[in-house]
Design a protein around this ligand. Structure first.
Ligand SMILES: Cc1ncc(COP(=O)(O)O)c(C=O)c1O
Length: 394
């Protein structure tokens, strides 16, 4: 069983601040181990990677590549299948602008769900504008469950592992099986899922998977793209610049081997090392314990929110967050008032406008959880929501 007090003590921001942080789906707080790793890199080891022959450069390179190894082990991939990017958004754009452009043509169909974050929508819309692919939307029922059709004639399925609004988790294994049976590739947006559930890409058999470091208790500015070896090898490079090349002549260039081929310029070195520390830190706890704790948080949130008059929970939340609307209350007014009293919730469309349109609401309020949250955090938030409604005279 997790000792949440012991976990909380490792997050300086939770001790130095009265805040009740229920916005981890936007960005998670960082444990001391991550802060130390980033600080240590800059104070003791700072140098660029893959360039210098001096001791600092060699140490930085080893640490950066060890971070890649740690990420690979964490999600069941091989080391060369891990590309460091700027974030989940960067990873998905990389796939759209390289694999997408090279493998899709006018009239080809890709499928994506209405649950998707804009990061897994707009890059595909940009590709549609550019080369004329067709976007086929997978709808949901009232619970937020995907209404899966077959994937006949679909070339790529882009799917979230966990909705950042509804907290629902599509059956990825089934989707991958169905997609592969139809000859389609699958890209999983694991931005939310990666922090709540063990991912094993080898077992899942997805073709691409993307996530960000900062939602996984790691630093901002680093993300991960997993791609199957043969796909990465056959994709054109993304950005051009230093380190992604084999040779450059006045006439042209050849590309480096994977994953360097996709890491042009100086990569997010300190951030990757911080992400390594985050993975090591999280790996001290068992997924079973984490999930048990987070399930209790979800259950508490659902039960206590239900006691608020006129409140409707969106979908059937399973993991990570609960979003809701309250009759006559604008989410921005609500979150501003509770925010003044130290409760951090998020209001808006959460970068998922098509989902809100599908649900028939303009905006919602989201309460999202990290490993450090307690039932008391949720109860205090619900108390503050009720108090805010008094102020708003609801
Ligand atoms: C499901 C999902 N996908 C993608 C992203 C984009 O992540 P980032 O902004 O770190 O690139 C987010 C961020 O909230 C998300 O929740």
């Amino acid at each position: 069983m997790l000792s949440i007090n012991e976990i909380r003590r490792q997050f300086p921001i939770l001790g130095s601040n009265e805040v009740i942080y229920l916005d981890s789906a936007a960005s998670a707080q960082k444990p001391q181990a991550v802060l130390d790793a980033v600080h240590r890199f800059y104070t003791e080891d700072n140098a660029n990677v893959h360039r210098g022959m001096h001791a600092l450069a060699e140490k930085a390179t080893v640490d950066y590549e060890n971070a890649r190894r740690a990420v690979a082990t964490f999600i069941g991939a091989a080391k060369h299948e891990i590309v460091f990017t700027s974030g989940c958004t960067g990873s998905i754009n990389l796939v759209a602008k390289t694999w997408g452009k090279a493998n899709l043509k006018k009239g080809d169909t890709i499928a994506l769900s209405v649950l998707e974050h804009h990061s897994n929508i707009v890059p595909w819309q940009q590709l549609a504008e550019e080369i004329g692919i067709i976007l086929k939307w997978i709808d949901i029922d009232e619970d937020g469950t995907l209404l899966l059709d077959d994937f006949a004639n679909v070339k790529l399925v882009c799917i979230t592992g966990c909705s950042n609004v509804l907290g629902t988790t599509p059956d990825l294994k089934l989707i991958v099986e169905k997609a592969h049976a139809a000859g389609a590739k699958v890209l999983v947006d694991a931005a939310q899922l990666v922090v709540h559930e063990r991912i094993d890409v080898a077992n899942l058999d997805c073709d691409f998977l993307a996530f960000s470091g900062h939602k996984l208790y790691g630093p901002t500015g680093v993300g991960v793209l997993y791609g199957k070896r043969e796909l990465l090898e056959n994709m054109p490079a993304f950005m051009g610049g230093g380190m992604m090349i084999g040779h450059v002549t006045k006439e042209g260039f050849t590309t480096a081997e994977i994953p360097s081929k996709f890491e042009a310029g100086t990569p997010p070195i300190a951030q990757a090392i911080g992400l390594h520390a985050a993975i090591d830190w999280l790996s001290k706890y068992s997924w079973e314990d984490i999930q048990k704790h987070e399930q209790q948080l979800i259950n508490t949130a659902i039960e206590s929110l239900k006691s608020i008059k006129g409140l409707r929970i969106l979908g059937l939340p399973q993991t990570g967050c609960v979003s809701f609307v309250i009759d006559g209350v604008h989410p921005h007014d609500l979150t501003e008032i509770v925010g003044r009293n130290g409760v951090s919730l998020r209001a808006g469309h959460h970068c998922a406008e098509p989902l809100h349109e599908r649900l028939g609401v303009n905006a919602s309020t989201r309460m999202s959880f990290g490993i450090y949250n307690t039932k008391e955090d949720i109860q205090k938030a619900v108390q503050e929501i009720k108090a805010a409604m008094q102020i708003l005279k609801i």
